[in-house]
Design a protein around this ligand. Sequence first.
Ligand code: ATP
Length: 228
Amino acid sequence: MTTMPATEAGPLGLLGGTFDPIHLGHLRLAEEAREALGLARVRLIPAGRPPHRDAPSSSGADRLAMVRLAAAGNPALEVDDGEIRATSRSYTVLTLERLRAEVGAQRPLVLILGADAFQGLPSWHRWQELFSLAHLAVANRPGYAPHGRRWPGVLSPELDQACVGRLSNDPTQIATAPAGRVVPFDMTPLGISASLVRDLLASGHSARYLLPDSVLDYIARHRLYRPH
Ligand code: ATP
């Protein structure tokens, strides 16, 4: 019998997003989640056709290419093009079902969310099923109510209810089960958003140091997010 290297068998982090474009808020979220929660790796999953928002400004191919550039050189990051390649709408629950089938029943999966995404969870397709497919790790995000200790009163009653018995401030809990915990964690607060990057570029300003230079070069070469 061959033993899987620890890095392959450990908890796998999943960070989905529109990534329109990917920025340092996303990358620090992945990096700090990996460290805080003991994740073996983090898989970045750009959404194809996100159900919750207007169509992204950039094509799926461009957003995927930018995510690949941002992840290059970091062996702890993987890129998953499943949602971009799919013709149907992107639903996290379907992606988690696919990944659960891929990694097997036992490997812990950890869905990483910023506080804004977590608070919006009850509007997601089949959201209650997410808890049986993965753990949820929730990071603070400037401009949004903080996670964790101050959740009551912040979350909708149904989400608050869904968290009962799942909340844990102990990250080691993640390795002990394949799914089911909700784990808040602190990351360096970064007031960066893709909308901010798009707005800066569209108004002719610099977005340098908010996203990787390689991504900024790609944006310039492909004339994305240009002033109107
Ligand atoms: P937009 O401004 O276009 O809405 P965004 O910057 O929020 O985009 P998304 O791709 O929608 O980026 O976000 C993907 C995930 O990353 C979400 O869970 C979101 O909460 C999280 N995230 C994005 N930026 C940050 C940040 N600065 N701090 C913490 N979490 C973040």
